[in-house]
Design a protein around this ligand. Structure first.
Ligand SMILES: *Cc1c(COP(=O)(O)O)cnc(C)c1O
Ligand SMILES: [Zn+2]
Length: 393
């Protein structure tokens, strides 16, 4: 069924049993990765067999942490479309501009992918009740998957998180704690309550399996491009779990013999008001520092110091990628422009990637003939209202 073999620390390399619950590495407090027996999988799996399966995250079940199909907590996640943006591409000066439209996922964001696998695995390993600190969308997704799984959930989010997120958690019956602070403050309070009550902590990268769900974006991109990866992948980076996951998928697929060594350049896009990864990348540092007074209209990017900073920065460097920050005004204007020009509804976070593409074409970092895939990580209908609309000023 699954080729899951063990867990491995992302920093110190120590290995752990994957059949018991784990949070961070007990030796060095770093994220743990799920490792698979890829030698055996390489002999037994054929990449072309996956095309016949339904469009679903679970199509990749051999490479996911699931022992039996009946365990899956499934709301119809994954298998999202790639859309070519010809008119926007022409305006930006590029010919092969694509978005992967993750807004189609359950609860309107790609957080569904991570929660599908993490909640599935947590339930299989005996968890009954869990906590999630979130900037917004992860809470909504976790609440829905908890309901689907028949589990109890406590969500900790900033009190100024988007209304859509607070409401979706309450509507589905989650216990919602509104925090005077940001996701890192929510994370501290959630962890303390989890310890006190014996709840499992599903904070991103604090357990090994949300990244497994998000890595399926990498598998799907490879399959959609017929196993010839695009030149560039542009990712709106908050916690960075999706970027790390996509990069992990490429490592796995190369070990499986499904793709060659040629990799896309990975681009991390952040908001000017919260840019810890951009600052660390520019200073050529291995880790990030807390971004003080983080503020941006793109709530998913309001992560002042991501736990996976080292892994994000490694992927950017290894791929010869880059990191850049964009303004809230440009994000809002681009969201509007894409909706009007292409009819495509983008989360502010997703629209940030197109702002970045514009900057990178202008600077010459991107060439007009390169194939570019931007992740539209959420649906536009979840965007907070009340932001300044430049087109109506
Ligand atoms: C969480 C979120 C992000 C950031 O994702 P990470 O993988 O944590 O970097 C981007 N966009 C949206 C819509 C999100 O909800
Ligand atoms: Zn370790």
């Amino acid at each position: 069924m699954t080729y899951l073999a063990h867990l491995e620390c992302s920093e110190c390399g120590q290995t752990f049993n994957a059949n018991v619950l784990h949070n961070l590495c007990p030796a060095c407090n770093s994220p743990l990765w799920a490792r698979y027996d890829l030698d055996r999988a390489r002999r037994e799996l054929d990449r072309d067999q996956f095309a016949a399966r339904p469009n679903s995250l679970w199509a990749w079940y051999e490479l996911l942490p699931i022992d039996h199909p009946a365990q899956r907590i499934d709301l119809g996640e994954g298998g999202t479309p790639l859309l070519r943006l010809d008119r926007i591409g022409e305006q930006l000066g590029t010919r092969e501009l694509w978005i992967k439209d993750e807004g189609r996922n359950p609860t309107g964001s790609f957080k569904a992918r991570g929660m599908a696998t993490a909640v599935t695995r947590a339930k299989a390993l005996g968890v009954k009740e869990f906590v999630v600190p979130t900037a917004g969308n992860a809470g909504g997704a976790a609440a829905a998957y908890a309901a689907r799984a028949g589990m109890a959930i406590h969500v900790y989010m900033p009190k100024d998180a988007p209304a859509a997120n607070i409401n979706e958690c309450r509507d589905v019956g989650a216990d919602v704690h509104l925090i005077d602070g940001l996701i890192n403050d929510a994370g501290r309070l959630a962890a303390a309550d989890a310890r006190e009550h014996g709840w499992f902590d599903l904070a991103t990268l604090k357990e090994p399996y949300r990244v497994e769900g998000k890595k399926t974006m990498g598998y799907e991109i490879a399959q959609d491009f017929d196993w010839q990866l695009p030149d560039v992948i542009v990712y709106p980076t908050g916690g960075g779990t999706g970027l790390i996951g996509i990069w992990k998928a490429f490592d796995e697929m190369e070990a499986l013999g499904w793709i060659d060594a040629k990799r896309p350049r990975m681009v991390a896009v952040q908001a000017e008001g919260c840019r810890p990864i951009v600052t660390a990348f520019e200073a050529q540092q291995a880790a990030s520092e807390l971004h003080q007074n983080a503020q941006t209209v793109a709530a998913g990017l309001r992560v002042p110091r991501p736990l996976g900073d080292r892994a994000i920065l490694r992927a950017l460097r290894e791929s010869h990628g880059t990191a850049l920050a964009v303004s809230d005004a440009d994000i809002v204007a681009t969201t509007q422009a894409v909706l009007r020009t292409e009819g495509v509804s983008m989360a502010f976070e997703g629209a940030a990637t197109l702002v970045a593409v514009r900057h990178l074409i202008q600077s010459g970092w991107l060439r007009p003939d390169e194939t570019i895939v931007c992740l539209n990580t959420g649906a536009g209908w979840k965007n907070p209202s009340g932001w300044k609309n430049p087109s109506r000023q």
